[in-house]
Design a binder for this molecule. Structure first.
Ligand SMILES: Nc1ncnc2c1ncn2[C@@H]1O[C@H](COP(=O)(O)OP(=O)(O)OP(=O)(O)O)[C@@H](O)[C@H]1O
Ligand SMILES: [Mg+2]
Length: 366
């Protein structure tokens, strides 16, 4: 019996992943192979294997993440890959896949001299899926996701901001990971909060140097709600840009369908909820859907989509909420909104609300 190369590779891999269980299992096989030619070496090998490993946290391994010198607060977090899907409109899907394809074909593009740095700027309103998208990119590429919240990094709790930013970039260098700079506009906001312009300049420069210092295989993604506030030199560092909008009506229908998890074919309901939720973000829709599901679960009833529609209408009309004292008034509002603003047929509105065509036309006349 000779030493198997496959076992050797697995041995090295287990050792470097600090996976002691796997290390010992492969070690057993290796020691048998060593035994054949050199029993003494095999004995020593087994002794070494039986030593207690350096204690590592619960699942085995936890990396030392950089911390702020004074407060000892972490500057960076490793996030798990998201397990919920990401819904994008067609423009978003296209930009998302362009970025992935370019990253995956880096060698080819580099050979042709047309590769670009993998720096992606995400901008758009809160709750539209920017953070989620960064997670999906990491997951698609099978890379670790390191998240830096620039707002907390810059907050006065921590010591030297520029130094902290530098240690973040030093940490990810050569790690083949995805670095996600969340709340990038926090850098720009320093302009208002800090008297010292010198420090702002230093921080901006450190971010720029950091991005420039990353090697070509690195991926840096940043997110901002206020792209117009960004320093133009930082803006230029991002070779790919993805602009998020509040979800359009198709996307809202998809989000309702996913978050309501109703399981049944309810196209009409999702279309209606989508029409009534113009201006809401994905996160807003998620929140409302979860609230409705909790209510349904606690009362052991079906999800009440009409009640969701009612609440959407009332929120749109907060200032006059008092007017809609009874269900009839609210349903009249829903009917009018759907028929005149969103071109939903009277028959569909009737089906959705569970009322007759006749009631619908009365609502529209009165
Ligand atoms: N396009 C979307 N597809 C799927 N889920 C979404 C989408 N947009 C929002 N969500 C839901 O809302 C949650 C919050 O979204 P996320 O944190 O990605 O928003 P964000 O754009 O990063 O917001 P912020 O600017 O406030 O950081 C997500 O975890 C997800 O559950
Ligand atoms: Mg976010």
């Amino acid at each position: 019996m000779s030493i198997s190369n496959i076992d050797l590779i697995e041995f090295a891999d287990a050792a470097l992943s600090a996976d002691y269980t796997r290390l010992r299992r492969v070690g057993q096989r290796l020691s048998k192979a060593i035994e054949v030619g050199d029993p003494e070496a095999a004995r020593r090998f087994r002794l070494a294997l039986n030593r207690k490993g350096v204690p590592l946290q619960a699942s085995g391994f936890s990396e030392m993440l950089p911390v702020d010198n004074k407060s000892r607060l972490p500057l960076i977090e490793e996030h798990q890959w998201p397990d919920s899907p990401l819904f994008l409109d067609s423009a978003g899907k296209e930009q998302f896949s362009t970025f992935l394809v370019d990253v995956q074909n880096y060698e080819k593009l580099a050979a042709a001299g047309i590769a670009s740095k993998h720096s992606l700027l995400l901008s758009g309103p809160p709750g539209t899926g920017k953070t989620l998208l960064a997670g999906h990119i990491a997951a698609h590429l099978g890379r670790k996701l390191y998240v830096v919240r620039l707002d907390s990094l810059i907050s006065s709790l921590l010591g030297d901001t520029a130094k902290n930013i530098r240690s973040v970039f030093d940490f990810v260098a050569g790690k083949n990971a995805v670095l996600f700079l969340d709340e990038l506009d926090a850098v720009a906001k320093m302009r208002d909060d800090r008297a010292e312009l010198g420090e702002l300049k230093r921080v901006v420069n450190t971010v720029i140097q950091g991005i420039d210092s990353l090697d070509s295989s690195a991926i840096v993604i940043a997110a901002t709600n206020h792209p117009q506030m960004l320093d133009s030199a930082i803006w230029r560092r991002f070779h790919y840009k993805l602009f998020f909008n509040l979800p359009d009506s198709d996307l809202r229908a998809e989000l309702w369908a996913y978050f309501l998890h109703s399981g049944v074919e309810q196209n009409l309901a999702y279309r209606v909820l989508s029409a009534l939720s113009e201006g809401l973000s994905g996160a807003d829709i998620e929140q409302r859907a979860l609230a409705a599901r909790r209510l349904a679960a606690l009362s052991s009833q079906e999800i009440d989509v009409v009640a969701i529609a009612e609440s959407l209408i009332l929120e749109n009309q907060l200032h006059s909420a008092g007017v809609y004292k009874n269900t009839n008034e609210i349903r009249k509002r829903i009917t009018r909104e759907l028929v005149s603003k969103h071109n939903v047929s009277q028959a569909d509105v009737g089906r959705f609300l569970g009322i007759t065509r006749q009631a619908i036309s009365t609502y529209l006349k009165a």
